[in-house]
Design a protein around this ligand. Structure first.
Ligand code: APR
Length: 316
Protein backbone atom coordinates (compact mmCIF):
# COMPACT_ATOMS: atom_id res chain seq x y z
CA UNK A 1 0.00 0.00 0.00
CA UNK A 2 1.23 3.43 -0.89
CA UNK A 3 1.47 6.15 1.68
CA UNK A 4 -1.39 8.45 2.56
CA UNK A 5 -0.84 11.96 3.86
CA UNK A 6 -3.56 14.33 4.99
CA UNK A 7 -3.33 18.11 5.13
CA UNK A 8 -5.97 19.65 7.41
CA UNK A 9 -6.81 23.21 6.40
CA UNK A 10 -6.98 24.17 2.73
CA UNK A 11 -5.92 27.80 3.13
CA UNK A 12 -2.71 29.17 1.71
CA UNK A 13 -0.40 27.07 3.87
CA UNK A 14 -2.39 23.86 3.52
CA UNK A 15 -3.02 24.06 -0.21
CA UNK A 16 0.61 24.82 -1.08
CA UNK A 17 1.72 21.99 1.22
CA UNK A 18 -0.69 19.59 -0.50
CA UNK A 19 0.55 20.66 -3.91
CA UNK A 20 4.20 20.14 -2.95
CA UNK A 21 3.44 16.74 -1.43
CA UNK A 22 1.59 15.66 -4.56
CA UNK A 23 4.38 16.87 -6.85
CA UNK A 24 6.97 14.79 -4.95
CA UNK A 25 5.11 11.78 -6.39
CA UNK A 26 6.02 9.58 -3.42
CA UNK A 27 2.52 9.33 -1.91
CA UNK A 28 -0.40 7.30 -3.20
CA UNK A 29 -2.88 9.82 -1.87
CA UNK A 30 -2.83 13.37 -0.54
CA UNK A 31 -6.04 14.27 1.31
CA UNK A 32 -6.86 17.95 1.73
CA UNK A 33 -9.63 18.98 4.14
CA UNK A 34 -11.29 22.18 5.27
CA UNK A 35 -14.49 23.32 6.92
CA UNK A 36 -15.29 25.58 3.96
CA UNK A 37 -17.75 23.60 1.84
CA UNK A 38 -16.32 22.71 -1.56
CA UNK A 39 -12.97 24.45 -1.15
CA UNK A 40 -10.85 21.34 -0.57
CA UNK A 41 -12.71 19.44 -3.31
CA UNK A 42 -12.19 22.29 -5.76
CA UNK A 43 -8.51 22.64 -4.96
CA UNK A 44 -8.03 18.86 -5.20
CA UNK A 45 -9.69 18.77 -8.61
CA UNK A 46 -7.47 21.60 -9.79
CA UNK A 47 -4.31 19.90 -8.45
CA UNK A 48 -5.27 16.58 -10.05
CA UNK A 49 -5.61 18.32 -13.38
CA UNK A 50 -1.97 19.43 -13.07
CA UNK A 51 -0.86 15.76 -12.93
CA UNK A 52 -0.36 15.29 -16.67
CA UNK A 53 1.58 18.54 -16.90
CA UNK A 54 3.84 18.09 -13.89
CA UNK A 55 3.99 14.33 -14.40
CA UNK A 56 2.97 12.88 -11.05
CA UNK A 57 0.57 10.04 -10.26
CA UNK A 58 -0.31 10.91 -6.65
CA UNK A 59 -4.05 11.48 -6.35
CA UNK A 60 -5.36 14.42 -4.39
CA UNK A 61 -8.65 13.96 -2.54
CA UNK A 62 -10.55 16.94 -1.19
CA UNK A 63 -13.00 16.59 1.68
CA UNK A 64 -15.17 19.09 3.52
CA UNK A 65 -15.35 18.35 7.23
CA UNK A 66 -17.68 19.53 9.95
CA UNK A 67 -16.47 20.64 13.33
CA UNK A 68 -18.41 17.72 14.79
CA UNK A 69 -16.22 15.31 12.86
CA UNK A 70 -18.42 14.88 9.78
CA UNK A 71 -16.40 13.95 6.71
CA UNK A 72 -13.34 12.78 8.62
CA UNK A 73 -13.65 9.26 7.13
CA UNK A 74 -11.62 10.72 4.26
CA UNK A 75 -8.50 10.85 6.41
CA UNK A 76 -8.88 7.27 7.66
CA UNK A 77 -5.59 5.54 8.34
CA UNK A 78 -3.40 8.34 7.08
CA UNK A 79 0.29 7.70 7.70
CA UNK A 80 0.93 11.41 8.23
CA UNK A 81 -1.35 14.32 9.09
CA UNK A 82 -0.21 17.92 8.67
CA UNK A 83 -2.36 20.32 10.70
CA UNK A 84 -2.53 23.80 9.14
CA UNK A 85 -6.02 24.70 10.36
CA UNK A 86 -6.23 28.00 12.15
CA UNK A 87 -6.12 31.73 11.67
CA UNK A 88 -3.00 33.46 10.39
CA UNK A 89 -1.68 36.72 11.86
CA UNK A 90 -2.66 40.18 10.79
CA UNK A 91 -0.10 43.00 10.65
CA UNK A 92 0.95 44.01 14.16
CA UNK A 93 -0.16 40.71 15.73
CA UNK A 94 2.24 38.34 17.42
CA UNK A 95 1.83 34.60 16.94
CA UNK A 96 0.79 34.42 20.59
CA UNK A 97 -2.26 36.60 19.84
CA UNK A 98 -3.67 33.59 17.97
CA UNK A 99 -3.45 31.30 20.99
CA UNK A 100 -7.07 31.19 22.16
CA UNK A 101 -8.78 30.94 18.79
CA UNK A 102 -6.32 28.47 17.26
CA UNK A 103 -6.24 26.28 20.37
CA UNK A 104 -9.94 25.53 19.91
CA UNK A 105 -9.45 24.70 16.25
CA UNK A 106 -6.33 22.56 16.76
CA UNK A 107 -7.83 20.66 19.69
CA UNK A 108 -10.95 19.85 17.66
CA UNK A 109 -8.91 18.70 14.68
CA UNK A 110 -6.49 16.65 16.81
CA UNK A 111 -9.35 14.76 18.47
CA UNK A 112 -10.67 13.70 15.07
CA UNK A 113 -7.18 12.75 13.91
CA UNK A 114 -6.79 10.50 16.96
CA UNK A 115 -10.08 8.82 16.09
CA UNK A 116 -9.63 8.35 12.36
CA UNK A 117 -5.86 8.11 11.91
CA UNK A 118 -4.69 6.60 15.20
CA UNK A 119 -1.28 5.58 13.86
CA UNK A 120 -0.40 8.80 12.07
CA UNK A 121 2.63 10.97 12.58
CA UNK A 122 1.24 14.46 13.21
CA UNK A 123 3.08 17.52 11.94
CA UNK A 124 1.67 20.76 13.37
CA UNK A 125 2.18 24.12 11.70
CA UNK A 126 -0.65 26.23 13.16
CA UNK A 127 0.50 29.13 15.34
CA UNK A 128 1.61 29.78 18.01
CA UNK A 129 3.61 26.78 16.93
CA UNK A 130 5.25 25.41 20.06
CA UNK A 131 2.00 25.64 22.02
CA UNK A 132 -0.14 24.14 19.25
CA UNK A 133 2.28 21.22 18.93
CA UNK A 134 2.05 20.56 22.67
CA UNK A 135 -1.74 20.82 22.48
CA UNK A 136 -1.98 18.40 19.56
CA UNK A 137 -0.07 15.83 21.60
CA UNK A 138 -2.34 16.34 24.59
CA UNK A 139 -5.50 16.12 22.48
CA UNK A 140 -4.41 13.06 20.49
CA UNK A 141 -2.67 11.34 23.38
CA UNK A 142 -0.23 10.03 20.76
CA UNK A 143 3.29 9.09 21.88
CA UNK A 144 5.33 12.31 21.97
CA UNK A 145 7.71 11.21 19.24
CA UNK A 146 4.74 10.96 16.85
CA UNK A 147 3.78 14.63 17.23
CA UNK A 148 6.15 17.32 16.00
CA UNK A 149 6.00 20.87 14.80
CA UNK A 150 7.35 22.80 11.86
CA UNK A 151 9.30 25.91 12.70
CA UNK A 152 13.06 25.39 12.77
CA UNK A 153 13.23 24.36 9.13
CA UNK A 154 11.56 27.63 8.20
CA UNK A 155 13.51 29.87 10.56
CA UNK A 156 16.75 28.26 9.44
CA UNK A 157 15.81 28.70 5.78
CA UNK A 158 15.12 32.39 6.36
CA UNK A 159 18.46 32.84 8.13
CA UNK A 160 20.26 30.98 5.33
CA UNK A 161 18.57 33.11 2.68
CA UNK A 162 19.58 36.34 4.42
CA UNK A 163 23.21 35.20 4.80
CA UNK A 164 23.38 34.08 1.16
CA UNK A 165 21.96 37.41 -0.02
CA UNK A 166 24.31 39.40 2.18
CA UNK A 167 27.39 37.57 0.92
CA UNK A 168 26.19 37.04 -2.65
CA UNK A 169 26.78 33.28 -2.46
CA UNK A 170 24.58 30.32 -3.43
CA UNK A 171 22.15 29.24 -0.70
CA UNK A 172 23.61 25.74 -0.91
CA UNK A 173 26.98 26.93 0.38
CA UNK A 174 25.39 28.34 3.54
CA UNK A 175 24.52 26.37 6.66
CA UNK A 176 22.67 28.09 9.48
CA UNK A 177 20.84 26.92 12.55
CA UNK A 178 18.06 28.25 14.77
CA UNK A 179 16.73 26.53 17.87
CA UNK A 180 14.33 27.51 20.66
CA UNK A 181 10.83 28.80 20.07
CA UNK A 182 9.11 29.88 16.87
CA UNK A 183 8.62 33.32 18.33
CA UNK A 184 10.31 35.88 20.49
CA UNK A 185 12.63 33.37 22.11
CA UNK A 186 13.94 31.97 18.84
CA UNK A 187 17.63 31.14 19.33
CA UNK A 188 19.75 31.59 16.22
CA UNK A 189 23.01 29.70 16.67
CA UNK A 190 25.76 31.70 14.91
CA UNK A 191 28.49 29.38 16.23
CA UNK A 192 27.09 26.60 14.04
CA UNK A 193 26.74 28.75 10.93
CA UNK A 194 29.16 28.28 8.07
CA UNK A 195 29.68 29.34 4.47
CA UNK A 196 31.51 26.71 2.41
CA UNK A 197 32.61 25.25 5.73
CA UNK A 198 34.11 28.54 7.00
CA UNK A 199 32.72 30.03 10.22
CA UNK A 200 30.23 32.80 9.53
CA UNK A 201 32.06 34.99 12.05
CA UNK A 202 35.11 34.99 9.73
CA UNK A 203 33.02 36.49 6.94
CA UNK A 204 30.63 38.91 8.63
CA UNK A 205 31.03 41.31 11.54
CA UNK A 206 29.28 40.55 14.81
CA UNK A 207 26.99 43.54 14.17
CA UNK A 208 26.02 42.29 10.72
CA UNK A 209 25.34 38.79 12.05
CA UNK A 210 23.16 40.28 14.79
CA UNK A 211 21.26 42.31 12.17
CA UNK A 212 20.53 39.13 10.19
CA UNK A 213 19.58 37.30 13.39
CA UNK A 214 17.05 40.01 14.24
CA UNK A 215 15.64 39.91 10.70
CA UNK A 216 15.34 36.12 10.99
CA UNK A 217 13.52 36.36 14.31
CA UNK A 218 11.11 38.83 12.71
CA UNK A 219 11.03 36.94 9.42
CA UNK A 220 7.35 36.02 9.62
CA UNK A 221 6.25 39.49 10.73
CA UNK A 222 8.15 41.09 7.83
CA UNK A 223 6.13 39.03 5.34
CA UNK A 224 2.84 39.66 7.21
CA UNK A 225 3.46 43.42 7.15
CA UNK A 226 3.99 43.36 3.38
CA UNK A 227 1.05 41.08 2.58
CA UNK A 228 -1.35 43.07 4.80
CA UNK A 229 -3.63 40.05 4.86
CA UNK A 230 -2.48 36.51 5.67
CA UNK A 231 0.96 35.21 6.52
CA UNK A 232 3.82 33.46 4.75
CA UNK A 233 3.22 30.12 3.09
CA UNK A 234 5.70 29.32 0.31
CA UNK A 235 8.71 28.76 2.58
CA UNK A 236 6.56 27.38 5.43
CA UNK A 237 4.89 24.82 3.14
CA UNK A 238 8.25 23.79 1.69
CA UNK A 239 9.46 23.07 5.22
CA UNK A 240 6.37 21.12 6.29
CA UNK A 241 6.29 19.11 3.07
CA UNK A 242 9.97 18.12 3.41
CA UNK A 243 9.32 16.96 6.96
CA UNK A 244 6.38 14.84 5.78
CA UNK A 245 8.52 13.40 2.98
CA UNK A 246 11.25 12.47 5.49
CA UNK A 247 8.64 10.60 7.53
CA UNK A 248 7.18 8.87 4.47
CA UNK A 249 10.62 7.77 3.29
CA UNK A 250 11.86 6.92 6.80
CA UNK A 251 14.90 8.91 5.73
CA UNK A 252 16.67 9.60 9.03
CA UNK A 253 17.29 13.18 7.89
CA UNK A 254 18.33 15.53 10.68
CA UNK A 255 16.16 18.65 10.65
CA UNK A 256 15.49 21.51 13.03
CA UNK A 257 11.93 20.87 14.25
CA UNK A 258 9.74 21.37 17.30
CA UNK A 259 10.16 18.13 19.27
CA UNK A 260 9.62 16.81 22.76
CA UNK A 261 12.84 17.33 24.70
CA UNK A 262 13.60 14.87 27.46
CA UNK A 263 16.98 15.55 29.01
CA UNK A 264 18.85 16.86 25.97
CA UNK A 265 20.77 20.09 26.68
CA UNK A 266 19.81 19.58 30.34
CA UNK A 267 16.20 20.47 29.41
CA UNK A 268 13.22 18.18 30.04
CA UNK A 269 9.49 17.96 29.59
CA UNK A 270 8.80 20.56 26.92
CA UNK A 271 8.20 20.90 23.16
CA UNK A 272 11.09 22.99 21.86
CA UNK A 273 12.89 23.77 18.63
CA UNK A 274 15.85 21.40 18.36
CA UNK A 275 17.54 19.31 15.69
CA UNK A 276 16.12 15.82 15.40
CA UNK A 277 16.41 12.72 13.27
CA UNK A 278 13.16 12.11 11.39
CA UNK A 279 11.86 8.67 10.47
CA UNK A 280 8.70 6.68 9.85
CA UNK A 281 7.68 6.96 13.50
CA UNK A 282 8.25 10.70 13.66
CA UNK A 283 11.15 11.77 15.86
CA UNK A 284 13.77 9.03 16.08
CA UNK A 285 15.92 11.08 18.41
CA UNK A 286 16.83 14.63 19.32
CA UNK A 287 20.32 15.44 18.11
CA UNK A 288 22.35 17.69 20.39
CA UNK A 289 24.73 20.10 18.79
CA UNK A 290 27.65 22.00 20.32
CA UNK A 291 26.49 25.35 21.64
CA UNK A 292 28.44 28.18 23.19
CA UNK A 293 27.62 28.91 26.83
CA UNK A 294 25.66 31.98 25.76
CA UNK A 295 23.63 30.02 23.16
CA UNK A 296 22.87 27.27 25.67
CA UNK A 297 21.75 29.87 28.20
CA UNK A 298 19.43 31.39 25.57
CA UNK A 299 18.02 27.95 24.75
CA UNK A 300 17.24 27.38 28.40
CA UNK A 301 15.47 30.74 28.58
CA UNK A 302 13.43 29.78 25.51
CA UNK A 303 12.55 26.42 27.08
CA UNK A 304 11.21 28.07 30.22
CA UNK A 305 9.22 30.62 28.21
CA UNK A 306 7.48 27.97 26.10
CA UNK A 307 7.09 25.63 29.09
CA UNK A 308 4.97 28.25 30.86
CA UNK A 309 2.76 28.76 27.80
CA UNK A 310 2.48 25.03 27.11
CA UNK A 311 1.21 24.45 30.62
CA UNK A 312 -1.62 26.89 29.83
CA UNK A 313 -2.76 25.13 26.64
CA UNK A 314 -3.81 21.99 28.49
CA UNK A 315 -6.85 23.95 29.64
CA UNK A 316 -7.66 25.62 26.30
N1 APR B 1 -10.80 22.26 10.34
C1 APR B 1 -10.25 22.40 9.12
N2 APR B 1 -9.90 23.58 8.60
C2 APR B 1 -10.11 24.67 9.33
C3 APR B 1 -10.69 24.61 10.62
C4 APR B 1 -11.05 23.33 11.12
N3 APR B 1 -11.59 23.19 12.32
N4 APR B 1 -10.77 25.88 11.09
C5 APR B 1 -10.26 26.69 10.14
N5 APR B 1 -9.87 25.97 9.07
C6 APR B 1 -9.32 26.43 7.82
C7 APR B 1 -9.91 27.72 7.31
O1 APR B 1 -11.20 27.51 6.76
C8 APR B 1 -8.87 28.15 6.28
O2 APR B 1 -9.18 27.68 4.98
O3 APR B 1 -7.93 26.74 7.94
C9 APR B 1 -7.58 27.50 6.79
C10 APR B 1 -6.52 28.50 7.17
O4 APR B 1 -6.07 29.09 5.98
P1 APR B 1 -5.55 30.58 5.86
O5 APR B 1 -6.52 31.51 6.52
O6 APR B 1 -5.19 30.81 4.44
O7 APR B 1 -4.23 30.59 6.77
P2 APR B 1 -2.79 29.98 6.37
O8 APR B 1 -1.93 31.03 5.79
O9 APR B 1 -3.00 28.73 5.61
O10 APR B 1 -2.19 29.66 7.82
C11 APR B 1 -2.66 28.57 8.58
O11 APR B 1 -0.53 28.29 9.65
O12 APR B 1 1.37 29.64 9.61
C12 APR B 1 0.23 29.27 10.33
O13 APR B 1 -0.26 31.27 11.60
C13 APR B 1 -0.69 30.46 10.51
O14 APR B 1 -2.11 29.43 12.13
C14 APR B 1 -2.00 29.78 10.76
C15 APR B 1 -1.90 28.50 9.90
Amino acid sequence: MGKKVTVVGAGFYGSTTAQRLAEYDVFETVVLTDIIEGKPEGLALDMNQSRPIEGFETKVVGATTGTGGEGYEAIADSDIVVITAGLPRKPGMSRMDLLGVNAKIVRGVAEQVAKYAPNAVVIVVSNPLDEMTALAQIATQFPRNRVLGQAGMLDTARFTHFVAEELGVPVKSVRTLTLGSHGDTMVPVPSQCTVDGKPLSDLLSADKIEELVVRTRNGGAEVVALLKTGSAYYAPSAAAARMAKAVAEDSGAVMPVCAWVDGEYGISGVYLGVEAEIGAGGIRKVVETNLTDAELAELKVAAEAVRAKQADVANL
